[in-house]
Design a protein around this ligand. Sequence first.
Ligand code: FES
Length: 150
Amino acid sequence: MERKEFLSKISGGLAFTCVACMMAACSKDENTGTGNNTGGGGNTGGGGTGNTLLTINLTTQLLAVNDFVSDQGIIVVRKASGNAVSSFVAFVNACPHQGVAVTFRKGSNDFYCSAHGSTFSISGAVTVSPATSGLSARTVEISGTTLTVK
Ligand code: FES
């Protein structure tokens, strides 16, 4: 084998070896990255918590215990002081008997349907028939001074 032929074969082999080494090196670099995994950023959704049915500004409404708002088919009552979720209850205001809107009675601290006289406790349970099931509760959420019913 002549020198020229020998060098040609060796350089071709080196080139192949070098390309293989570079690919291996690149491959290793790509697989060692563990510092950039911040894990799930940007997932701020509530996962299907439902639509907003009613929004109430707590600086102007529901200021005192037993204050209530009936709007958009929803009735919300403040049952305790403070702006914790547990200070409020919210229901669909349709009576489960025949769908007439119920009202809140501050004096007896219950819900009343004037159509046929059904009453419901502050927790929405039937206390006087003909209704046979309670009011349909809705979720209350509070952010700052904004109450949202969903
Ligand atoms: S619709 Fe309310 S009691 Fe009948």
